[in-house]
Write a protein that binds this ligand. Sequence first.
Ligand SMILES: Nc1ncnc2c1ncn2[C@@H]1O[C@H](COP(=O)(O)OP(=O)(O)OP(=O)(O)O)[C@@H](O)[C@H]1O
Length: 384
Amino acid sequence: MIRFEQVTKRYPDGTTAVDGLSFEVAEGELVTLVGPSGCGKTTTMMMVNRLIEPTSGRIFVNDEDIAAVDPVRLRRRIGYVIQQVGLFPHRTILDNTATVLTLVGWKKAKARARAAELLDLVGLDPATYGPRYPDQLSGGQRQRVGVARALAADPPVLLMDEPFGAVDPVVREQLQDEFLRMQEAVRKTVLLVTHDIEEAVRLGDRIAVYGQGRIEQFDTPGAVLGTPATPYVADFVGADRGLKRLSVTTIEADDLEQPPIARLDESAWRAAERLRAEGARWAVVLDADGDLHGWVGRHELGAGGRVRDLAHRMNSWVPVGAPLKQAFGVMLQHDAGWVAVLDGARFLGVLTPAKLHEALRRSVDADARGVSRGQVDFDSVADA
Ligand SMILES: Nc1ncnc2c1ncn2[C@@H]1O[C@H](COP(=O)(O)OP(=O)(O)OP(=O)(O)O)[C@@H](O)[C@H]1O
């Protein structure tokens, strides 16, 4: 969908911003460009919508060499989101979002209706926020408007330059989550620039790690964290990459433990018997529909009566397929030694710290087996 072929950009003052860049972003794929300041990420991105022209090499969008495409026509097919959102201060949020549509000739009413849909898509209620002006929104909300506006003309390609850079870390994570959910639905081909490896890992289907004007490694988040191709990449992703891996490794059904189950309406005595037989100290408590209610300790069941009278409510859970980091967060938040994992409403099992560790190991081993190429590169660089 986007293809770079030996692209070099040299600025008039002699600075080589990117040097012989070749890579490809598949349709519907989200590729993050990550690297330290000044390594050429923004230059790379701005060559795609011809805000910057390469010195040599070719760039294709949808198999078309963009050097031959009229820049205005090209930009209509490419949504662009930047950190300084650049909303018009004297226009309402709804009209800001509809800007591109009215520019390309949509009737006002139709453009506004579409803009309202887009605000909804990025999690802003159009009735509440549509009539407001940009300075009546928080930074995070303005950022969402930026995304909505970029999506207005339904471009197949989206360029995002530090789109979540201007907000605090908590809002940032929220925006990232929302953006991922939205991307699931719209499946744009996205090139996203960030200097934050954590963000790159979280959002990218693949990551391009930049050194000075060059890509040092182009691979999946798991492979970049698990088998950095060069010492530079290893250094850049950092010593705590095991921790970062928590964000990219998902919980699978096989990772779960199956503690004994007690039903809300069964007698405490029967449940206690079962726990004794299994040598367990606690049971997960489910209601009559099999939905999670909480847990109960074996010693508590000695009080008799119904499980319902003795069980503790435990509302926190994570969906199967969620990242391990989310499960770990819930455990810490509730000071719990386990977290329930659900598939929809159905209880699948619990994740414990020991199982979490196993899952992490599984993911490291899988990458080590699959990506020996990284190791070869590493050796050749080390020998050089
Ligand atoms: N117009 C210009 N003229 C000369 N040099 C430039 C120009 N624009 C950028 N550069 C240089 O090109 C290199 C790459 O810049 P670029 O903005 O692409 O980096 P970046 O990775 O996006 O950095 P940051 O994360 O700080 O935005 C830098 O050394 C920068 O100083």
